[in-house]
Structures are given as structure tokens and as C-alpha cells.
Design a protein around this ligand. Structure first.
Ligand code: ADP
Length: 459
């Protein structure tokens, strides 16, 4: 009962309607209490009595007989009559019981006829009265008890029906509004619930932004989550597809050549050597892939048996250049050393060596014959910047952010072989640099070359 949004809304509206109608009703009654309309009739009667009594007093000159005139008129008209001096002092009251005295506000001269006046007696009972000057010395007042009946009658005869009608109409409107408003809020929430359910099945879709601002914000956050989740699921699928592809290709090749060796009745030594060479290459490639995947898995899990020590990057860079010199010579690429002195940093020497090997190895691999790879190193504030600049083919703008993804290779047709790796080198380098609190970025112009920068904090 009243647990749904719509029924709660309707209940709130209904309570508000009852409260508003009640407040309006009380307001109307309170204002009617002092309204001339309600007291017109008793007031007219009082005026008639005042006028006729004044008439009688004036036709009996000499103030001696006024007490009997007032008493007589009071009894005859069932009206309380009182005589005041101009200064407000009571001269005579037809109801002289102590405690019933009516305190009339002064100055009396300010009073006019036809105006409704209320006064309480000393027992706090309400009176309606009218006051009129007899001459310039005396005033006559006629007072009657404040009638209670008209208010109840008005309430019953005049107010009840319109209030009930207004109430019914307002309740119907409240139902309509509760349905409209409820739908406005509920529709996006229902969609959200359906899609949240779909998340568990892995096929959630973003929802259109509808409804109140708070729900739009919630839906926006949900959509963001769904987009990220879908992207992560997609990259997971891609990852598995890539790993299986990268493993399947060399395995098929190894299998094929091994089988060929076995099936040859009298194998020619050259052919066998050639097949063995291919098998070796392919298994080296697979080994590289497995080592790469294991490194990434360890980095992802944060399990690095890293030994932090004071490392001189200049020394490490020179040793990497030395290690890769034969490879550069084979490719007819010149290595240029512009390594300046830099402060030592606390880091893992083996991991940072791996980063520079990957980057310089790429720079050599992707350079043309006769190309140049420049390695520089300098301090920039609280950081050390290492640049590996080549004048090779460069990297198209749309690929510059993607090359750090696992298995991403620009020229997919050149996949395979020893020269072209498995597409994990930059992903590993990026992950290592990140784990050291640094950044790895690239600036490249196709046709001109690339500049890979590693920025590491000194502290
Ligand atoms: P790979 O094993 O293919 O070298 P990487 O992760 O090291 O994988 O590099 C990803 C891709 O980025 C490469 O396939 C290549 O297309 C591109 N790339 C990396 N370094 C360079 C470079 N210095 N110049 C041009 N392209 C590069």
C-alpha cells in the first residue's frame, strides 16, 4: 500500500489538497466572522431599535424619564440598551449586573452609524453593537449577543458543496499529475534497471538522457560505466583473439616444418637446416611473446620484484646503445649519443633498461637504411627527460595514441618474422614508466620521424 512512486505522489498531493482546502475554509470562516454580510440583518435590527429609542427620548424632553424608556424598550425589543456621556462614562445600562459591563472604546465621537462593531463584556462574551449620538452630550448604544448560528449555516449551506466539488476536482487532477510526473521519473529508472540487469549478461547499452536532472546525472554516470565496461570487454576479447593468433601462426609454421623434416625420406642437409632455422625463429618469437605477456601480467598485477636503487640514466642509456650497436650497424643506422649528465634517480635498473631497449630497438627497426637515431638525456626541473629521436617513417596521427595498446601494430601486413615484433614492446615500456610515476609520450610527423620521450621524476 502506497509503496510505489505514483501512489506516494498522489498521497502527498491529496494531503496537500486537504490541507489547503482546510486552511482556505478556516480563512473564509474567520474573515466571514467580521464580515458585514453576515451581520447585516442583526445590525439593521439594532439600528432600528437605536433610532426608535432616540425618537422616543426626543419626544419626551427632560432627561428624567430616560431610564424607564430605555428599560421598556430593552424589554420590548429584547435588546440591551446603554446610555453614555460624550466622554465615554456609562450613565445607564439595561443590564446592570456586575461583571456584564461593556467597555466601549473611546472616543465615542469617532463612532459612526452603519459600521459593524464588536465588543466583549467582562465575561468575555461577544456583543454586536451600534452607537448613535442623541445630542451633543449623550450617546445611545444598542447591543445584541453575537449570533453564532449564521457561521454554521453558511458553512453548511454555502461552503460545503463548492468545497467538496473543488476537492473532487483537485483529487482527479492530482491523480493525473501523479501519473504524468510518476511516468516522467519512472520511465528512465525502468530503462536503467533493465540495462543494469543486462550488464550482468554483458550486453548493456547506453540509455537516452531523460527525466529530472538528478536522474539524468545518474543515467549519465551509468552510460559512462557501460561505455567503459563495453570497451574493456571488447579489449579483453581483442586481447584473447590477438594472443591466440600470435601463438597459432608460429605454432602452425613449426608444426609444418617439423612434419616436412620427418616426412622427407632422404632429407637434403640444406633444406633441413633451412627448416630448422625457421623453427628456431618461430620458437624465439613465441618465447618473446610469452615473456612479454608474463611481464605485462606481472606489471598489471603490481607484482614487480623491483629492486630500487640509485640509477644513473646516462650510464644505462650508454650501455643500451652499446648493446644495440651491432643491430644498428646491420640496419645501416647511425646511433648518435647526446646523453648529458643527469642526477641519479631511485628506480629499478633492470626495468628502465628494458624501456630504453624497447624504444631504441624500435627506432632502429623502423628507420630506413642510412637513418639516424639520436638519444639525448637532460634534467628539466624535478624530472629527467630522455628523448629517442629517429628520422624514419614516422607514425600517422590517428595511430599515435594507439601504438601503446597491446598488440597494436601500424603496418599489420608486416606482422611476423624476426624483425617485426609482436606488438607488446611499447605497451610494456609504457606500463613500466607509469609504474615509476613517469610518462611516455610520442611526437611524430609521418615521413620525417618520431620522438619518443620518457619523463621520470627525480625524487
Ligand atoms: P612491435 O613489436 O611491433 O615493434 P611495439 O609495441 O614496440 O611493437 O610498437 C608498436 C607499433 O608502433 C609498431 O608495430 C610500429 O608500427 C609502431 N612504432 C613503434 N616505434 C616506432 C618508431 N620509432 N617509428 C615508427 N613506428 C613505430
Amino acid at each position: 500500500m502506497f509503496t510505489s512512486l505514483k501512489s506516494r505522489l498522489w498521497l502527498t498531493y491529496a494531503l496537500m489538497i486537504v490541507l489547503v482546502l482546510g486552511a482556505v475554509g478556516i480563512g473564509v470562516l474567520l474573515s466571514l466572522r467580521k464580515s458585514p454580510l453576515v451581520y447585516r440583518q442583526p445590525l439593521n435590527q439594532l439600528e432600528v431599535v437605536v433610532n426608535s429609542t432616540i425618537g422616543r427620548i426626543n419626544t419626551n424632553p427632560g432627561a428624567t424619564g430616560f431610564e424607564s424608556i430605555l428599560t421598556g424598550e430593552s424589554i420590548k425589543t429584547k435588546t440591551r440598551l446603554a446610555l453614555y456621556r460624550a466622554d465615554g462614562e456609562l450613565v445607564f445600562d439595561s443590564d446592570m449586573h456586575p461583571g456584564n459591563h461593556l467597555v466601549i472604546p473611546t472616543p465615542l465621537s469617532a463612532s459612526g452609524t452603519g459600521e459593524i462593531r464588536f465588543v466583549n463584556d467582562q465575561k468575555n462574551r461577544g456583543w454586536l453593537y451600534t452607537l448613535k449620538p442623541i445630542n451633543d452630550q449623550f450617546y445611545l448604544m444598542a447591543a445584541g449577543r453575537l449570533p453564532r448560528l449564521p457561521l454554521l449555516l453558511i458553512l453548511r449551506d454555502e461552503l460545503f458543496t463548492p468545497f467538496v466539488r473543488a476537492g473532487v476536482l483537485a483529487m482527479l487532477l492530482a491523480v493525473a499529475l501523479a501519473i504524468i510526473f510518476g511516468n516522467w521519473v519512472e520511465a528512465p529508472l525502468n530503462k536503467l534497471a533493465r540495462q543494469a540487469n543486462a550488464v550482468t549478461q554483458g550486453n548493456a547499452r547506453p540509455i537516452p538522457l531523460e527525466g529530472p536532472a538528478e536522474i539524468k546525472q545518474l543515467v549519465g554516470t551509468f552510460n559512462e560505466m557501460v561505455t567503459k565496461l563495453n570497451a574493456s570487454q571488447e579489449s579483453q576479447r581483442d586481447f584473447i583473439a590477438n594472443v591466440s593468433h600470435e601463438l597459432k601462426t608460429p605454432l602452425t609454421s613449426i608444426q609444418g616444418f617439423a612434419q616436412a623434416i620427418l616426412e622427407q625420406a632422404s632429407p637434403a642437409p640444406d633444406e633441413t637446416r633451412q627448416s630448422a632455422k625457421i623453427i628456431l625463429n618461430e620458437s624465439q618469437r613465441m618465447n618473446k611473446l610469452v615473456i612479454g605477456l608474463l611481464t605485462l601480467a606481472r606489471l598489471d598485477a603490481g607484482i614487480t620484484d623491483s629492486k630500487k636503487e640509485n640509477v644513473d640514466l646516462a650510464v644505462i642509456l650508454r650501455s643500451v646503445l652499446e648493446r644495440l650497436t651491432p643491430q644498428a650497424q646491420n640496419a645501416s643506422v647511425t646511433l648518435v649519443d647526446q646523453i648529458g649528465p643527469v642526477p641519479e634517480i631511485m628506480t629499478d635498473a633492470e626495468n628502465i633498461t628494458q624501456v630504453f631497449v624497447n624504444l631504441i630497438d624500435n627506432a632502429i627497426k623502423y628507420s630506413k637504411k642510412g637513418g639516424k637515431v639520436t638519444v639525448s638525456c637532460l634534467q628539466h626541473g624535478a624530472e629527467v627527460e630522455v628523448h629517442i629521436i629517429d628520422n624514419g617513417a614516422g607514425i600517422p596521427l590517428q595511430d599515435q595514441t594507439r601504438i601503446f595498446e597491446r598488440f597494436y601494430q601500424i603496418d599489420k601486413s608486416r606482422r611476423g618474422g624476426v624483425k617485426h615484433g609482436v606488438g607488446l614492446g611499447l605497451a610494456i615500456a609504457n606500463q613500466i614508466v607509469k609504474s615509476m610515476g613517469g610518462v611516455l609520450t610520442v611526437e611524430s610527423t609521418p615521413g620525417t620521424g618520431s620522438d619518443f620521450m620518457v619523463k621520470l621524476p627525480i625524487e
